[in-house]
Design a protein around this ligand. Sequence first.
Ligand code: COA
Length: 264
Amino acid sequence: MDYKNILFEVKDDGVGLLTVNRPKSLNALNPETLDEISDVIDRIEKEQNVKVLVITGAGEKAFIAGADITEFPKMNALQAYIFAEKGQRLFFRLEKLPIPVIACVNGFALGGGCELAMSCDFIYASDKAKFGQPEINLGIIPGFGGTQRLSRLVGRAKAKELCMTGEMISAEEAKAIGLVAKVFPADKLLEETLKIASDLAKKSQIAIRAIKRVIDEGVGMDLRSGCELEANAFAMTFTSEDAREGVAAFLEKRKPSFKGGFSA
Ligand code: COA
């Protein structure tokens, strides 16, 4: 598929960089952009050459300023439902990728942009970034999972406040409420994010997968069942060559070199 709305490259260290590239409309998500991101996910699943995915927005102003509002006047209720489902399906696929996915939020992350960022494993933001669910100001509500993921991330009361007021918050405020993991100066954001992504790509991919699965599946379980899931995954990681290498490297006082294999 030729991309018209995004850029995608895989770097030598196994870090994939996806840039939503519609700066004239502040990288707003139209249906075509959703299809192109979906195609990138297909490729990552099929080719298995990406160890960490970083998602960012083109230009200095926006990460993604939401769903493309110019599409809305054409939609009736059924088409709106189908559009919401399309975005939701895509964000579930992103969330389920068995590799770390980092949102590198370089500016406005509003509506669908905030929702996409929340579907990533964690968010790094520029000190100029702004977050919000401003759909209320259009007389509608979030449709790509915003009410659900925001309440799970920051609690019901804060999520209601943000969705009801449509207020935009700064990166520092977003960090204070647990939405953002780290804030970097704008001119250092991509560099610092790619550095951390590259470090993650060198870790045991088996252990990384296990952490992602156990946290995502366990968070909806009772504590005892979640801990049982963890114990099983803990034991599974012990059978990997990476575990043997990691322990040996520690004892031999050298850096480990993880390959991602199983011994039996
Ligand atoms: N969909 C489509 N186009 C969008 C857009 C969106 N979600 N957000 C911004 N744009 C377009 C603007 O229409 C404008 O296009 P134009 O140059 O052809 O007029 C361009 O991007 C630049 O935006 P502009 O509003 O001029 O920039 P600003 O700095 O004054 O304001 C925002 C920036 C983000 C505060 C403002 O664009 C905004 O409120 N956007 C909508 C956010 C939103 O409601 N998102 C949820 C959608 S469900």
